[in-house]
Write a protein that binds this ligand. Structure first.
Ligand SMILES: Nc1ncnc2c1ncn2[C@@H]1O[C@H](COP(=O)(O)OP(=O)(O)OP(=O)(O)O)[C@@H](O)[C@H]1O
Length: 449
C-alpha cells in the first residue's frame, strides 16, 4: 500500500519473484477494504497515503487483525515514524530507498512470525503468579512477535536476562543466535571492535579478522545488558548501527547489513542517565521503543515459595540429592526478607543453605541472610553464636567452619590461595578442610604446593 505507483509495482514484482502473491492498493480506505475481503499473511504500508497515514492502518490491524504482521515503509532517516509505528504494533520498518535484500529479509521475518515452528520454550520458565508477573508474561508473548527494540528495566538479579531470552526464544528468530553482552564488562577501547568486528592488522593486537557481536547475532537477537554503561563514543556508533541497520568493522572500508533485534537492559534509571547527560537522548528513544519492567522480588512476595520450590528442585536434580525440607521458621524468614539481590540472591541463599545443611531440613541458620547477620542480638553477640540445644557441639563447630570457609571462598571468587590467606591458614590446610567438609570441587587451580 503506497502512494507511489512505482514503488508499489516494484514491491509486487519482487514479492512475485519470491513466489508470493501480493495485492497492492494506494489508499488507507482501499487497504481496509482489501483487509476485510481477504486474508493476508503480511502487510507492508507506507507512511504518507492520500487519505491518511500508515500509522492509522497499523492501529487498525493491531486492533482488528492482531495476528497479521505489519511493517512500515519510512522515508530515509525518519526514525520517529519507524519508532512510532513499532510502538503501535508494527513488527518492523524498512527505509526508502527500499533495498531488495532488506525487503526479502523483512518479508521472511514477517512470514516467520506465523510459520516458524515453536521453539519448545515456554512462558512457564518465568516463574511467578503475582499479577505483575502474569502481566509480564502476557506482554512477553506479544513482544516476541515484534522486532521492535525493547528496554527492560529492573533491579539487579530480578530476571531481566531471563525475560530477554524468552522474548527471543518465543519469537520467530529462535533458531538464530541470542547473543548477550555485558556493556559494563568490555574495556572502552576494545568496544568498537567487540561490537562491530575488525580487519586483521587494523590495530596492534588485531592478529586476525573478527566478526564482532553484531554480525554474530545477525538474524537473531543482541541483548545489551547494562546498556547505561556504554561510553558516549559507543552510544553514537550504536545509534548509527540501529538507524542504518548496517555496521562497518574497524579497519574495513565496506559496510555490512545486519538484521538484528536489539533488547537492552540496565538496573540503572536510564531516563535519569539521560537527564544527567550520561546517556544520549536520541539513543534512548531508539532503544526504548517498548519498555517493560521486571518487578523486584520484594514487590511480589507471593512468588517466594514458588521460586524456592523451583530453585530447590533444579539444584537438587543438578546435585543428585534428595530435596531437604525448609523448616517453618526458615520459610517465614525468607518470606520477610527484602532480597536486595532479588531472584539471583535467592538462588545463592538456597545453594549455600544446601551446602551448609547436612540433614533433611534447612533451618534459619543455614540461610545466612544479610539482615540477620547485620542485626546484633541484644546481648551483644550475633545470633549465630548460640548453639541450638539439640545440636551436638561437633556438628555445630563444623557448620561454623564450613560457613567461614565458604565466606572466604565467596569473597575471593573461589581463589583458594587467597581464601587460605584470609582465613589465616596454609593452602594445604584449607585443601584438607575442604575435603573433610565435602566442599572439594577438584582441581588445584590456583596453587601447586
Ligand atoms: N521469574 C523467574 N523464574 C525463574 N528463575 C528466575 C526468575 N527470575 C530470575 N530467575 C533466575 O535468577 C537469576 C538472575 O536472573 P537474571 O540474570 O535474568 O537477572 P538480571 O536482572 O538480568 O540480573 P543483572 O541485572 O545482574 O544482569 C538467573 O539465574 C535466572 O535464571
Amino acid at each position: 500500500m503506497d502512494d507511489e505507483a512505482d514503488l508499489r509495482e516494484l514491491l509486487v514484482i519482487t514479492l512475485g519473484r519470491m513466489k508470493l502473491d501480493a495485492q497492492a492498493v494506494g489508499t488507507v480506505s482501499e487497504a481496509r477494504r482489501a483487509l476485510q475481503e481477504n486474508t493476508f499473511d503480511l502487510c507492508l504500508t507506507d507512511m504518507n497515503l492520500p487519505d491518511g497515514d500508515g500509522i492509522e492502518l497499523v492501529r487498525h490491524i493491531n486492533q482488528h487483525i492482531p495476528e497479521l504482521p505489519v511493517a512500515m515503509i519510512t522515508a530515509y532517516g525518519n526514525m520517529e515514524t519507524a519508532t512510532l509505528a513499532m510502538k503501535e504494533g508494527a513488527f518492523d520498518f524498512i527505509a526508502k530507498p527500499v533495498s531488495l535484500d532488506r525487503l526479502r529479509r523483512l518479508v521472511d521475518d514477517g512470514l516467520g512470525i506465523r510459520d516458524k515452528a515453536p521453539s519448545g520454550a515456554s512462558l512457564e520458565q518465568l516463574v511467578g503468579e503475582a499479577p505483575s508477573m502474569q502481566q509480564l508474561r502476557t506482554q512477553i508473548a506479544k513482544l516476541a512477535r515484534s522486532q521492535a527494540p525493547i528496554y527492560i528495566s529492573g533491579e539487579s538479579g530480578s530476571g531481566k536476562e531471563r525475560v530477554a531470552r524468552l522474548i527471543h526464544t518465543l519469537g520467530p528468530r529462535h533458531e538464530k543466535p541470542f547473543i548477550a553482552v555485558n556493556c559494563g564488562a568490555i574495556p572502552s577501547e576494545l568496544m568498537e571492535s567487540e561490537f562491530f568486528g575488525h580487519r586483521k592488522g587494523s590495530f596492534t593486537g588485531a592478529f586476525e579478522d573478527r566478526k564482532g557481536l553484531f554480525r554474530e547475532a545477525d538474524d537473531g537477537t543482541l541483548f545489551l545488558d547494562e546498556v547505561a554503561d556504554l561510553p558516549l563514543h559507543m552510544q553514537v556508533k550504536l545509534l548509527r548501527a540501529i538507524q542504518e541497520k548496517s555496521i562497518r568493522p574497524v579497519g574495513e572500508a565496506k559496510e555490512f547489513d545486519v538484521n538484528i533485534r536489539i533488547v537492552c537492559a540496565t538496573h540503572k534509571d536510564l531516563s535519569e542517565e539521560v537527564v544527567q547527560g550520561r546517556f544520549r537522548q536520541d539513543l534512548y528513544y531508539r532503544l526504548n521503543v517498548i519498555e517493560t519492567r521486571v518487578p523486584p522480588l520484594r514487590e511480589r512476595r507471593e512468588d517466594i515459595p514458588l521460586l524456592v520450590q523451583h530453585i530447590m528442585t533444579r539444584l537438587c536434580q543438578q546435585w543428585q540429592i534428595d530435596a531437604p525440607a525448609l523448616s517453618r521458621e526458615a520459610r517465614d524468614v525468607l518470606q520477610q526478607y527484602s532480597f536486595p539481590g532479588n531472584v539471583r540472591e535467592l538462588e545463592n541463599i538456597l545453594e549455600r543453605a544446601l551446602t551448609l545443611a547436612d540433614g533433611p531440613t534447612i533451618e534459619v541458620r543455614h540461610l545466612q541472610l544479610r539482615e540477620q547477620n547485620e542485626t546484633p542480638a541484644s546481648n551483644g553477640s550475633s545470633r549465630e553464636a548460640s548453639r541450638p540445644a539439640s545440636q551436638p557441639l561437633e556438628d555445630y563447630l563444623q557448620e561454623i567452619e564450613k560457613r567461614e570457609i565458604l565466606r572466604a571462598l565467596d569473597a575471593t571468587l573461589w581463589n583458594r590461595t587467597a581464601a587460605a590467606k584470609k582465613l589465616g591458614m596454609t593452602f594445604r590446610s584449607l585443601r584438607y578442610r575442604l575435603k573433610k567438609l565435602g566442599l572439594d570441587q577438584g582441581g588445584d587451580d590456583d596453587e601447586n604446593e
